[in-house]
Each structure stands twice: as structure tokens, then as C-alpha cells.
Write a protein that binds this ligand. Structure first.
Ligand SMILES: Cc1ncc(COP(=O)(O)O)c(C=O)c1O
Length: 443
């Protein structure tokens, strides 16, 4: 980055610091991943200089000969990979993609249904703080006490509320989504069924997780999670979708542009194309199956160490640890893990007794560490460290007689972490592990 260093040393050194942080720590936030240098090159290319309002071969400005070919090629790769007749690669990210589908199909205040944020749905699935529930009426469904989607509740609510769209998709749900079950419910009320596979796209392409394509009308996905591409998103319409509504693709195209967006980010679109090329390789299939294997080993090891997992395991890349039996907040454990170099996030658990800012769980996943080449043996180590960290801070909390109210104060949490000596020891071991598995440039 010699040009950046010369032009803007301040930002250069911040980027260097972040690069170092990523090298020296375990990326275990399940929505994160490490892209190849090929993807980085496409995203950093002069394509970012080009305005291309419109769609391939129907633009509003001149100079489109090359970018038309690029967008056309990327759409084609997506259509083939997901076996769908329509793919829009322009949404700037996952949230605008979901909003575009709602704008395409709902009039203001018409009803949609999605998994409640508190139970693992995304903000854009109708959370009260999201624009989706300001402009549309949202009816949330939940998980059962054992942590699985409550299909009976989904059906009951759908029959009662008659939503126009049902969203099947999650941001913190470790298990398989029963696409067929959702399809049966949507058919009963003549709703559009949209799968938001943002977390799962890579796993689906690698056949490490069931595909929604035969069952749903619309698929949305981000491109930067298990798919291992740049930040961006895609909206697809399936054959079933076009059968239900022959104008569905056109409605979505119009909602993205000119409805919600102006010029597409052609550099990101090219990066998405590179990610799909990489995902078509055999090695990507191996990678995604390893992601799931790693998550399952991690789950088993954590449970054997007395930790409660929502739904008692995982079928995917992520797991959710319920800390209520440990009498700890997710905040404390997430911060203690970060101090040891294990970067994950706090998360609500189903029927969480604590408020969203101080939830009772942590969410972690394996896409990032599997990209570095880590396998089952490393998962066993990581499970041991996480469990030791939890036991360590729990013991400190007991010795210092802190209550959960005390624990809500950042200073108290910092004190707990400082007074738990095992964290320093684990930090050294995490660094050693990271050095053994350097971040790769190619996949
Ligand atoms: C299921 C799901 N949908 C949509 C999004 C939104 O994506 P973005 O953060 O790119 O807006 C996310 C992000 O985590 C997600 O998990």
C-alpha cells in the first residue's frame, strides 16, 4: 500500500493496525470471513470510478461497454450457481436488498412475517427499530423453548394475519431451516416466500446446507459471509417465483433501481463475480463442509464442558451459547474472549431473561478460522479456551461478589477480566495458533 502510505499516513497506519488485529486474533463472528487477494483486487480496481445507472445494455450514461459485460457475467454466474432464472447483483448490502423486496411487493403498512430479532431474526425481518416495521406491518414468529423454529406458531400466525410476504431466514439460528415446511405454510395463505440466506449462501452452494431454491419464490443474500466475497448482496427470483408472479423479477428490478438505489458499485459487483468463481472450485466445497464439521466439533466439546447451546448443537457454521446457567452476561464473556484474542459477539438467547443490550448469550462461528485452514484439533483447543475463560470470569465474579447489576458496568467487567489470570495465558496460546495458521491470499 505504498501509494496510500504516501498520501495518507494516518489512514494507512490504521488499516495496517486492523490488518494486524485480524492476523493475530481468531475471527469467530459468524458473519465475518477473509476474502482472497483476487476479491480485494477487484474491489479496489478502477471499476469504482464508473457510474452505471440502469441494468446491462439499458443504461443512462455512456461508456458502459465493459461494465455491461461485467454485470452480465456476474448475473450469469449467480443464476447458474443457485439454479434461478433471475439475479440482481446491485443491492449495496443485505439490508437494502431485503428492503427492495418489500418495496417491490408490499404497499405501505401491508403485512409481512419474519423471525423475531430476539429469537435470531435479522433487523430487516421486521424488528420494531427497523424501517421495515415502520413502513410495513410486521408480525414476528419465534423459536420453541428448545431453540427450534416454531413452525406451528408460524402456521397459526400466517393463517390469522394473512401476510403478503413470509421471510424464512435468520442471523443467529444454528439449525437447518425446513424450507418445505415454510413453503406449505406460505401456499396456504398465498404469501410470497422469501429465503434470506445471507449467512448460508456459501454452505448452500457447497451442498453443506439444504438449498431453498425449489421451495421459495425469492432468495436474498449478502455476499460477504460464508460465500467469502466482498460486501454486497443479491436478490434472486426462482422458477417457482416466476410461476407465482410472472412480473416478480421486473418488480424487484424496479424496486432496486430506480426505486431505492442510484448507480451500482461495479467494483463490488466484480468482486462478487470473483467470489462465485472461487466458490465453483472443488476446494470451496471442501472448505464449506469443514466449516460445518468444525462448528459441530466445537459444539460437542463445549457441551461436554458443561456449556448450554441453544438447540443443543448446530447444523451450520454458527453456535449460540446460553450463559444463563453460568450466571454471566454475554457482554462479559465476549469482552473476556476478546482480551484473549477470540473475537465473537454477545447475543440474545431465546426467551432471554436479560435485555438486548445485556443479553445472556454469545454467538460464534467457524467461517473465518476455517478459511485459515483450522480443523477439528484446533476446534478442541478453542472450545477448551472458551470454557476456561467462562469458568475463570465466573469464579472472579463470585470471589468479588459482583451482582448482574454490577456486571452491566463496563469498569466492573474490565476489572473481572483483569483479575482472571487465565485470560493472559490463553492470549499467548491464541497468538501462537494464529501464527501457525496465517491468513491466506488465495483459496
Ligand atoms: C440474515 C441477514 N440478513 C440481512 C443482513 C444484513 O446485511 P448487511 O449488514 O449487509 O446490511 C444480515 C447481516 O448480518 C443477516 O444476517
Amino acid at each position: 500500500m505504498k501509494f496510500l502510505k504516501k498520501t495518507d499516513s494516518e489512514l494507512h497506519s490504521l488499516i495496517q493496525a486492523e490488518t494486524k488485529r485480524q492476523k493475530k486474533t481468531l475471527m469467530m463472528i459468524p458473519s465475518e470471513n477473509i476474502v482472497s487477494k483476487a476479491v480485494e483486487e477487484a474491489v479496489g480496481s478502477p471499476l469504482g470510478n464508473k457510474y452505471a445507472e440502469g441494468y446491462p445494455f439499458k443504461r443512462y450514461y455512456q461508456g458502459q461497454a465493459v461494465v455491461d459485460q461485467i454485470e452480465d457475467l456476474v448475473q450469469d454466474r449467480v443464476r447458474k450457481a443457485f439454479d434461478v432464472p433471475y439475479a440482481n447483483v446491485q443491492p449495496l448490502s443485505g439490508s437494502p436488498a431485503n428492503l427492495a423486496v418489500y418495496v417491490a411487493l408490499l404497499k405501505p403498512h401491508e403485512t409481512m412475517m419474519g423471525l423475531s430479532l430476539a429469537f435470531g431474526g435479522h433487523l430487516t425481518h421486521g424488528a420494531s427499530v427497523s424501517a421495515t416495521s415502520v413502513f410495513f406491518r410486521s408480525v414476528p414468529y419465534r423459536l420453541t423453548k428448545s431453540g427450534f423454529i416454531d413452525y406451528e406458531e408460524v402456521e397459526k400466525l400466517a393463517l390469522r394475519e394473512k401476510p403478503k410476504i413470509i421471510v424464512a431466514g435468520t442471523t443467529a439460528y444454528p439449525r437447518k431451516i425446513e424450507w418445505k415446511r415454510f413453503a406449505e405454510i406460505a401456499e396456504k395463505v398465498d404469501a410470497y416466500l422469501m429465503a434470506d440466506v445471507s449467512h448460508l449462501a456459501g454452505l448452500i452452494l457447497a451442498e453443506a446446507y439444504p438449498s431453498p431454491t425449489p421451495h421459495v419464490h425469492i432468495i436474498t443474500t449478502t455476499t460477504h459471509k460464508t460465500l467469502r466475497g466482498p460486501r454486497g448482496a443479491i436478490i434472486m427470483v426462482t422458477k417457482k417465483g416466476l410461476k407465482k408472479d410472472p412480473e416478480l423479477a421486473e418488480k424487484i428490478s424496479k424496486a432496486v433501481f430506480p426505486g431505492l438505489q442510484g448507480g451500482p458499485h461495479m467494483n463490488s459487483i466484480a468482486g462478487i463475480g470473483v467470489a462465485f468463481k472461487e466458490a465453483s472450485k472443488k476446494s470451496f466445497k471442501t472448505y464449506c463442509h469443514q466449516i460445518v464439521k468444525n462448528a459441530q466439533v466445537l459444539s460437542k466439546e463445549l457441551m461436554e464442558r458443561g456449556l448450554h447451546l441453544v438447540s443443543s448443537g448446530t447444523d451450520s457454521h454458527l453456535l449460540l451459547i446460553d450463559l444463563t446457567n453460568k450466571n454471566l452476561l454475554g457482554n462479559t464473556v465476549a469482552e473476556a474472549c476478546e482480551a484473549a484474542g477470540i473475537v465473537l459477539n454477545r447475543n440474545a438467547v431465546p426467551y432471554d431473561p436479560n435485555p438486548p443490550f445485556y443479553p445472556s448469550g454469545i454467538r460464534l462461528g467457524t467461517p473465518g478460522i476455517t478459511s485459515r485452514g483450522m480443523k477439528e484439533n484446533e476446534m478442541k483447543k478453542i472450545a477448551k479456551w472458551i470454557s476456561e475463560i467462562i469458568d475463570g470470569v465466573r469464579e472472579t465474579k463470585q470471589i468479588l461478589k459482583f451482582t448482574t447489576e454490577d456486571e452491566k458496568k463496563r469498569k466492573i467487567r474490565q476489572m473481572m477480566i483483569k483479575k482472571t489470570p487465565i485470560i493472559k495465558k490463553i492470549e499467548r496460546e491464541v497468538k501462537r495458533l494464529c501464527n501457525r495458521f496465517p491468513i491466506k491470499s488465495t483459496y
